[in-house]
Design a protein around this ligand. Sequence first.
Ligand code: ADP
Length: 245
Amino acid sequence: MGMKSDIKLIDDNGLRIDGRLPNQLRPIKMEVGVLKRADGSAFIEWGGNKIIAAVYGPHEAYPKHVQEADRAIVRARYSMAPFSVDERKRPGPDRRAIELSKVISEALESVIFVEKYPRTSIDVYIEVLQADAGTRVAGITVASLALADAGIPMRDLIVGCAAGKIDDVVVLDLNKEEDNFGQADVPMAIMPRTKEIALLQMDGDMSYEELTTAMDMAMDAAEKIHEMQVEALKRKYIEEVDENE
Ligand code: ADP
């Protein structure tokens, strides 16, 4: 972000380097229930991102001193595989992963009925297998599916989506080149039913008007992504019914 360069990110026809319009999402595919031994799981392909999420819990929180007497704690762990980026990433959590784990935990916690499960922990593992910008929002989206698959009651599914600014144009869902050479990136987590915002970050800079445009774009996209989530959950459910007949 912010690396001013001569790379043209929007062509004379107003199209982006991957051929998208400014308000167009990358292709997204979701699948629910991909792991046998997790309580809930899901996989997402979002543009060049490939991310798996697994949920374990609610189970008795350990060590005991982390327990909350009146609610569950939500522990998301965002982790990037060494082979997920261009240059081998050093395995293990770095500062970025620790920060992302924290903000993702808080975003997920805001939709989960945590008061139903006192003294427990709900662990959410987000494994980035391939990264191409926007992994935190794709990670939130797939984690929400894994939580639903685990049967954990939530006020709403939660959707992650980013918008930003490249070549002075506000665009939806930045890819890697756009993230590297663009001017701003605004990842958001949205509860589509109430349009509440559970995460809002910004890297780079943009005007107030541009920011509101970016947020509107992400809001609209969140509705579409939410429909895809519901479809993915239905597909899993229908498969289970078929298997049991
Ligand atoms: P997000 O993935 O949520 O957009 P960032 O803005 O921090 O998060 O990262 C943008 C992209 O930069 C990532 O999706 C990934 O493709 C790449 N990236 C992040 N961390 C590393 C790293 N340690 N090494 C190489 N590439 C990385």
